[in-house]
Design a protein around this ligand. Structure first.
Ligand code: NAD
Length: 496
């Protein structure tokens, strides 16, 4: 048996992973909460607690911010960029070397399948690799002021950055924020979601072992109100990257206004996948399946609306329903097609959306009910669900369910598909399936979305800037634009 399968077998036997961190990560090491309080993390695949972690408050947050501020002023902002890059590159290697433990922790904490968790861990390593190479390429400009003057700009790190992270992609979201912030010369206080605290703590420890000086990366765990709110309101935090729900994002924005703190808001979505009659049918079918059922639909950029051209709708939906019915459900460690959703509360929320749709007369083509792991009868699962054509104003068209629930919208032609696709208050991503590249790029320009995928939903990687429009938020992560989110431009003009 390989070391990897032995570890999985041991976790399946004991229900937990040994030696998970239990304290915050402060000033280069693990520490308990000042109050001594802890809270439990639950395994969604079993619906039972598997480990506990420190429960932070405003005092712990203040300690972490002070540590990050000191590290910014004394060591990190002035370190040679190439040296910062070497540390991040070593971190990428260590993440890969420790991928098994990270992925299992992520699988237990979030419920996602082990395959998906492994993909997320590789993605996190890739984020550090990408930004490691960017540290020493943050070049400014010179300005042509004429003889006798010198004008130039500098990209300076903004200072202490706060990262508030949701539960659906814990290590990916942490990495896509931390790597560029650190690359730019900023220091970090991260607050992972209370449902999924472990991989952010493990990442901070890896960074220290890669050579990151103490205090440059701190992690405070706990609830949004007790630890998240004081962090985003702290006067020494220069920038907040918040990823989460619209309602919380709005609170964070209000709170940031008090100190005019810089902000990137990555919020929710109700993203359309447009499937036109001339598409590559197989590519579109597998794209739509992945867009809504990957991570049990708990993806901000999930393709939760299928906007399909009428002439192909019947046959396409028949095949989609057949495939959805074939998906296996189960505990993430067994690598089924789809894992559980994150919590009992979230399961009830998803079920509520579908129950209300049924009461409005919606036709449920498949799924539509909460269920459990067929092997154990445990856990918080929702059946892969497809809801037939709904009108543009319907709740299932307008509201983010954040679960494995696909709403169909039928379009007469490409123009109508565009109108339906743009008809929500969100604007995170959009997908297009067509063989006509002219149509694809014409639609891409007019889609109200921060990112458009053509003929492969979720195409791209860390190189491609990501972020929303409208209620989906503002600011960009990933790509070189993501790096600039953590810099402020200083212009210098001198008379010589
Ligand atoms: P949430 O807003 O409830 O929580 C997100 C994070 O914010 C958690 O760490 C939480 O503890 C913290 N938080 C809660 N209240 C806070 C407060 N008052 N001040 C500061 N922090 C606070 O969101 P969720 O339900 O955990 O996550 C799901 C949502 O996140 C969905 O809407 C999804 O679309 C969105 N999301 C967006 C992206 C993106 O990149 N656009 C990615 C993943 C998830």
């Amino acid at each position: 048996m390989s070391a990897h399968s032995e570890l999985v077998a041991q976790v399946r036997r004991t229900g937990t992973l040994l030696d998970l961190p239990s304290g915050f990560y402060l000033d280069g090491g693990f520490q308990p909460a000042a109050s001594g309080r802890v809270m439990e993390s639950l395994d969604p695949g079993r619906g039972a607690a598997f480990a506990s972690f420190a429960r932070g408050d405003a005092g712990d947050v203040a300690t972490a911010v002070a540590s990050a501020r000191h590290a910014f002023e004394t060591v990190w902002r002035d370190m040679a960029p190439a040296e910062r890059g070497r540390i991040l590159a070593r971190a990428a290697q260590l993440i890969l070397a420790e991928a098994d433990r990270l992925a299992i922790a992520e699988c237990l904490d979030s419920g996602k399948t082990l395959n998906e968790a492994e993909g997320d861990v590789r993605g996190a390593a890739r984020a550090f690799e990408y930004y490691a190479g960017a540290c020493d390429k943050l070049e400014g400009k010179t300005f042509p002021l004429g003889a006798g003057y010198l004008g130039y700009s500098l990209h300076e790190p903004v200072g202490v950055t706060a990262h508030v992270i949701p539960w659906n992609y814990p290590i990916s979201t942490a990495a896509r924020g931390l790597a560029p912030a650190l690359a730019a010369g900023c220091t970090v206080v991260a607050k992972p979601a209370e449902q999924t605290p472990f991989t952010a703590l493990m990442l901070a420890d890896i960074l220290t072992r890669a050579g990151l000086p103490a205090g440059v990366c701190n992690v405070v765990t706990g609830t949004g109100s007790e630890a998240g709110a004081p962090l985003v309101a702290h006067p020494d935090v220069a920038h907040v990257t918040f990823t989460g729900s619209v309602a919380t994002g709005q609170q964070v924005m209000r709170s940031a206004a008090d100190h005019v703190t810089r902000l990137v808001l990555e919020l929710g979505g109700k993203s359309p996948v447009i499937v036109l009659a001339d598409c590559d049918r197989e590519a579109a079918l597998s794209g739509v399946m992945g867009a809504i059922f990957e991570n049990a639909g708990q993806i901000c950029s999930a393709g939760s609306r299928l906007v399909i051209e009428r002439s192909i709708a019947d046959g396409f939906l028949e095949e989609l329903v057949a495939r959805a019915r074939r998906l296996s459900l189960g505990h993430g460690l067994r690598n089924p097609d789809m894992g559980p959703v994150s919590s009992a509360e979230h399961l009830a929320k998803i079920a509520g959306f579908v129950e209300r749709a049924k009461a409005r007369g919606a036709e449920i083509l498949t799924g539509g009910a909460a269920t459990t792991d067929p092997e154990t009868g445990q856990g918080w699962f929702f059946e892969p669900t497809i809801v037939a054509d709904r009108p543009a104003g319907d709740e299932l068209v307008q509201e983010e369910v954040f679960g494995p629930v696909l709403t169909v919208q039928i379009a007469d032609d490409a123009e109508h598909a565009l109108e339906l696709a743009n008809g929500t208050a969100f604007g995170l991503v959009a997908g297009i399936y067509t063989r006509d590249h002219g149509t694809a790029h014409r639609l891409a320009r007019r889609l109200d979305a921060g990112q458009v995928f053509i003929n492969e939903y979720f195409a791209g990687g860390i190189e491609v800037p990501f972020g929303g429009t409208k209620l989906s938020g503002f600011g960009r992560e990933k790509g070189l634009e993501g790096l600039l989110s953590y810099c402020r431009t200083k212009s210098v003009a001198a008379k010589l």
